[in-house]
Design a protein around this ligand. Structure first.
Ligand code: DP6
Length: 317
């Protein structure tokens, strides 16, 4: 055991989404999902022995309950370890609408493993991180990863898929800086009451296979089409939920989605994806990303735009 340990995990964006649980306690998903790790946004987490499990993000003390529960899951799985002070630097801006829980729980899992001297593969770490947050499973791997829904607790984790030299880029539209109204976990519970839920699950399995083929063929147009179709049908589930229907869309979301369609009509490679918030991320290539960013910045003066590119897997300091 060392006195402290530090790990860095980058966030990821799902091109084929995780949006539902078949086991809430074990955090087993209803579908497999596929993601792109992003270079620009990450979490750096240091753990050290402390009087009690306690979390600080960007130097501010946080409600430590979720982290404490997760550390107790790790203790039950791997054997006891002392209380930990968890110090996180989070470079995932809330306003980007990217899941900071992905990079946070991946970095935390890796830091705790290093602190305790556990010799685990990234797949084994991914499996443990799943219990903290599903999307964290995919943040151990560079570029592209697939979280296999698996058969059970032992077999549900993510692995890397190799897609060499794909010039994919993301234009991130920072529409809203507010904290999301419906958490991912709550949103999924509601979405699973949609009468369309089972057909989304079935369609998602097909889209995943098509996405793997499109990535292998380096067909970015097809990658974008599939990601957009998958994301928009995920958001349809929220609107058609039988219990507490809701939407993450706002007026600007709609306007940006229209603008993306218009860019496509002009010949740009531009497809939308969205997560648990109003922000839109545009899938394009690295050549066109600056022009798309510029065109949208001109049209939407109050929205900020970032360009993100494929990022690295987990690392340690
Ligand atoms: C829309 O991983 O935040 O970003 O497992 O409940 O913590 P929990 O959910 P979380 O959900 C992410 C949902 C999503 C799609 C995705 O990343 O696949």
């Amino acid at each position: 055991m060392t006195t402290n340990a530090t790990a860095i995990a980058h966030t990821n964006i799902a091109l084929i989404k995780y949006w539902g649980k078949r086991d809430v306690k074990l955090n087993l998903p209803t579908t497999s999902s596929l993601s792109l790790t992003l270079d620009e946004y990450y979490t750096k987490t240091t753990v050290e022995e402390g009087p009690e499990d306690k979390l600080y993000i960007n130097e501010l003390p946080q409600d430590s309950k979720r982290v404490h529960q997760f550390l107790d899951v790790l203790r039950a799985e791997m054997g006891d370890f002392p209380p930990l002070t968890v110090i996180s630097i989070n470079k995932v801006p809330l306003s980007a609408g990217l899941a900071s829980s992905a990079s946070s729980f991946a970095a935390l899992t890796a830091a705790v493993a290093k602190f305790n001297g556990w010799d685990l593969s990234n797949e084994e770490l991914s499996r443990l991180a799943r219990r903290g947050s599903g999307s964290a499973t995919r943040s151990f791997f560079p570029d592209f990863a697939i979280w296999e829904k698996g058969e059970d607790d032992k077999t549900s984790y993510a692995h890397h898929i190799d897609v060499p030299d794909l010039p994919i880029a993301l234009v991130v539209c920072k529409i809203a800086g507010t904290v999301k109204k419906v958490s991912s976990s709550d949103g999924m519970v509601r979405a699973q009451t949609s009468p369309n839920y089972q057909s989304w699950v079935d369609e998602s399995a097909k889209q995943l296979e098509e996405m793997k083929a499109a990535l292998e063929a380096k067909d970015l147009e097809k990658v974008g089409q599939l990601a957009e179709a998958n994301a928009l049908s995920m958001h349809d589930l929220n609107l058609t939920a039988e219990d507490q229907r809701f939407t993450y869309f706002n007026q600007n979301t709609m306007k940006v989605l229209d603008a993306i369609k218009a860019l496509r009509a002009e010949g740009y490679l531009a497809y939308a994806t969205m997560d648990a918030g109003p922000n839109v991320k545009i899938i394009t290539n690295q050549e066109q990303a600056p022009a798309i960013k510029e065109a949208l910045a001109e049209q939407f003066r109050k929205i900020q735009f970032d360009i993100a590119t494929p990022g690295p897997g987990i690392s340690y300091e």
